[in-house]
Design a binder for this molecule. Structure first.
Ligand code: IPM
Ligand code: MG
Length: 357
């Protein structure tokens, strides 16, 4: 099969971890007889520096003409004081929108070898296997109007949360379809005691659930879901939620299973899927060669599964990651005191070795 990919390394630790994910993809392609065609393009701060645009036209064209996009991370403190449209993050948001990627899948799995990395007691976190389904193109991130107006001292900032029935229904279907292949439980997270958007959300999700009689649907307010996520993470299966709640809960889920560095994501539903680790650009450790590449590597597995239906190849990467962890390889984020630490590239090399086995 031809695997025609656009690679967007981006900012901070993005290039380091993406490099390892690409090496793993090359190993899988070689092992299974696929043809890997890669195009590297700029996004985020890297693109702002190169061409003053966080998502240059040739980047978006390359993405649209490929079958999937592997992204590292965007974000850099150098652009903190820039207006919104000239921040690295604006490039990522525009990419999601231009590609129509409305469904963000963020699995949070507790690898048996890493039970003791969680700040929670191992018996609480053992067996945790959550799939967060985050709506990615609506809500506060994209709602209009948005502005900061007025004179210094009395300025007013506005953001708008909007959700239409169709946008809720299509993301709900993604969650229910995924639940059918898992433990058949969907928890819909909202703030229906306060927000109109959430009341409509709950109504539409409940209606949609009638088409999935074998799936058990429950609802929770986001504040209470945040508490339960640390009290009993094992009880969660598919978590369906709107854009910003999903942003927050997915980082929290990363903390629960031990490290954000392990979390992968898929942004799908549109013309081309985008796959990226959840961790972000982590400027504090960029360039040191210590970042955990497993989130990026596991994102490459999601890419093979969701954009190419290459289930065996995706499993192969995930098994190689488990094996590598079982053998004791730890980057600094998941190493316990006294445990030896491996570099970004060494971690990648070990996964590649596992793939070749
Ligand atoms: C994420 C990130 C992004 C988001 C930022 C970088 C725009 O935090 O993917 O979780 O908020 O969606
Ligand atoms: Mg986030």
């Amino acid at each position: 099969m031809l695997l025609n990919l656009t690679i967007l390394p981006g900012d901070g630790i993005g290039p380091e971890v993406t490099e390892q994910a690409v090496l793993v993809l090359q190993a899988v392609a070689a092992a299974f007889g696929h043809d890997l065609k890669l195009q590297h393009k700029n996004i985020g701060g890297a693109a702002l520096t190169a061409s003053n645009d966080p998502l240059p036209p040739d980047t978006i064209q390359a993405c649209l003409s490929s079958s999937a996009v592997l992204l590292g991370a965007v974000g850099s403190p150098a652009f903190d004081h820039y207006p919104n449209h000239l921040r690295p993050e604006a490039g990522l948001l525009r990419l999601r929108r231009e590609l129509g990627a409305y469904a963000n899948l963020r699995p949070a799995i507790c690898f048996p070898a890493l039970e003791d990395c969680s700040p929670l007691r191992s018996e609480l976190v053992r067996g945790t296997d959550i799939m967060i389904v985050r709506e990615l193109l609506r809500g506060l991130y994209f709602g209009a109007p948005r502005s900061i107006t007025g004179e210094p001292g009395s300025r007013i900032a506005t953001n708008t949360m909007t959700y239409g029935e169709q946008a809720i229904e299509r993301i709900a279907r993604v969650a229910f379809d995924l639940a059918l292949k898992r433990r058949k439980k969907v928890l819909s997270v909202d703030k229906a005691n306060v927000l109109e958007c959430s009341r409509l959300w709950r109504e539409v999700v409940t209606r949609c659930a009638k088409e999935y009689p074998s799936v058990q649907l429950s609802h929770m307010y986001v504040d209470s879901a945040a508490m339960s996520l640390v009290q009993r993470p094992k009880d969660f299966d598919v978590v369906l939620t709107e854009n910003m709640f999903g942003d927050i809960l997915s980082d929290q889920a990363g903390g629960v299973v031990g490290s954000l560095g392990l979390l992968a994501s898929a942004s799908i539903g549109g013309a081309v899927g985008v796959y990226e680790p959840v961790h972000g650009s982590a400027p504090d450790i960029a360039g040191k060669g210590i970042a955990n590449p497993l989130g990026a590597i596991l994102s490459a597995a999601m890419l093979l599964r969701h954009s190419f239906q290459l289930e065996t190849e995706a499993d192969c990467i995930e098994n190689a990651v488990s094996l590598t962890l079982n053998q004791g390889a730890r980057t600094s984020d998941i190493a316990r005191t006294g445990q030896g630490q491996v570099s970004t590239s060494e971690m990648g090399r070990r996964v590649v070795a596992g793939v070749r086995n």
